[in-house]
Design a protein around this ligand. Structure first.
Ligand code: SF4
Length: 423
């Protein structure tokens, strides 16, 4: 499920289950019945109708993964979810699970557990957290681990360890450098190999595999057309969807494309944005880069106090074109290769500069997640690219998952000074 949006729900679950938190709880039907009941109750107050769709999708698929109702495939962020949905498997994104654990304030315990296992404290805390959860037996058992070698090598390395821990195969999709058409078949071939392995797990023959993929790609194309509408509406002045809420949609973009839930989520969001309209006074328009601290709200309250809004964020935009259901592997390869995190850091910087222009931002905030080579390492380059477009940039150091690394006072002083300078 997407992270802090379900905070009220997470609090309710914590209240009932924190004392008895154990791996067995997640394998009990009663627990999932309770969670589903709470999600339908008034305790769950989503800001947008679409959030109910994504929440129930993630609860259902996580429940099914724990209860072993279909083969479970662990994926990192850039694995195209169409591939997994289309093969009748359940995609499970442990990096997103780490964000949920962080938003519930439970990450330190698992991060410490990973450090006890001698994982470096310099490693990304999303991965330290998920490794700690896995070692303690809290995550649904995978049948296959599937990682892409972008945006970084954390998943490739963590999944190699997990492959031994669970005794299951690990496939690594090695994406060639972008811009070389002749390399696309190589990538398509690797995706086909992964698909064949999943088809074997779910008992599909080649015909069933291609039919399933055609269906999931059609669903993905429909979701994409609604997502494009959402993006157009968000470019308007004072669109009512704020980036602090939209940032959680990274889980939908990564995990729901190729499912009915993905179509319904973006359809409802586009519809509600149109109905609510774009009202209110002109405010400071900001862009958020990398992800946010999932456990902290104060930073966003500061933005609100200064009349600033996040009009766009790095991870929630589509980078690909509609795909051909009749040519699934080449289409999915092109989708994967289109991602701005594939290739050199200059590609990411150019993508962010383009977003800043399209969304007419007054300033941008880069959250430097500790241990992330991709975000911290690229931050100076991104800053230069944006400054060349006349966009001031604030770089904040912190940690998306480990609340102990969040310097509240220091962050708020620097943020206030930055916002004042934009006025
Ligand atoms: S946050 Fe950074 S280091 Fe961690 S998985 Fe993502 S890209 Fe890799």
């Amino acid at each position: 499920m997407s992270a802090e949006r379900e905070n009220g729900l997470l609090e309710a679950i914590k209240e009932r289950y924190l004392e008895k938190l154990s791996p067995e709880i997640f394998r009990s039907r009663l627990f999932w019945k309770t969670v589903e009941g709470l999600a339908r109750s008034p305790l769950n107050r989503p800001q947008w109708k679409a959030d109910r769709v994504s929440l129930s999708h993630f609860i259902r698929s996580t429940r099914d993964a724990y209860l072993g109702k279909a083969p479970v495939v662990w994926c990192n962020l850039l694995v195209p979810s169409e591939l997994v949905h289309g093969l009748g498997c359940l995609p499970f994104y442990p990096e997103m699970a780490a964000a949920v654990v962080a938003s519930a304030g439970l990450a330190p315990r698992f991060i410490d557990r990973a450090v006890e296992e001698e994982f470096s404290s310099d490693a990304c805390s999303y991965h330290r957290c998920l490794l700690g959860c896995a070692v303690e037996g809290f995550l649904p058992r995978p049948d296959l681990l599937l990682s892409v070698n972008y945006p970084c090598d954390s998943a490739v390395l963590s999944f190699a360890f997990l492959s031994e821990l669970y005794g299951v195969p690990h496939l690594v999709v090695d994406v060639p450098l972008p811009g070389r058409e002749e390399d696309l078949p190589l990538l398509a071939g690797q995706l086909e190999e992964a698909a064949s392995e999943m088809a074997r797990l779910s008992g599909r023959d080649r015909e069933g595999m291609l039919r399933g993929l055609a269906e999931s790609i059609e669903l993905s194309n429909r979701a994409l057309s609604y997502l494009r509408r959402v993006e157009e509406m968000r470019k308007r002045d004072d669109c009512t969807l704020d980036g602090k809420d939209a940032m959680g949609n990274v889980s939908v973009l990564a995990g729901c494309m190729g499912s009915e839930a993905g179509v319904e989520f973006y359809r409802l969001l586009a519809e509600e944005l149109r109905e609510r309209g774009c009202r209110g006074p002109r405010s400071l328009r900001l862009m958020w880069m990398h992800l946010k601290p999932w456990y902290a709200q104060s930073i966003f309250q500061s933005l609100e106090r200064h009349g600033a809004r996040l009009v766009c964020e790095e991870y929630t935009h589509a980078t690909w074109e509609p795909m051909d259901p009749g040519d699934p592997f080449v289409s999915l390869a092109a989708k994967l290769e289109s991602h701005f995190l594939v290739g050199p850091a200059e590609r990411r910087a150019a993508h962010l500069a383009r977003l800043a222009e399209e969304y007419r931002v007054d300033g941008a905030i880069h959250f430097n997640h500790w241990g992330c080579r991709q975000s911290c390492g690229g931050a100076p380059l991104v800053k230069r690219a944006l400054q060349e477009k006349g966009v001031p940039v604030l770089i904040i150091d912190g940690d998306c998952v480990d609340q102990r690394e969040y310097q509240e006072g220091q962050i708020s002083t620097r943020l206030e000074a930055f916002l004042e300078s934009l006025r």
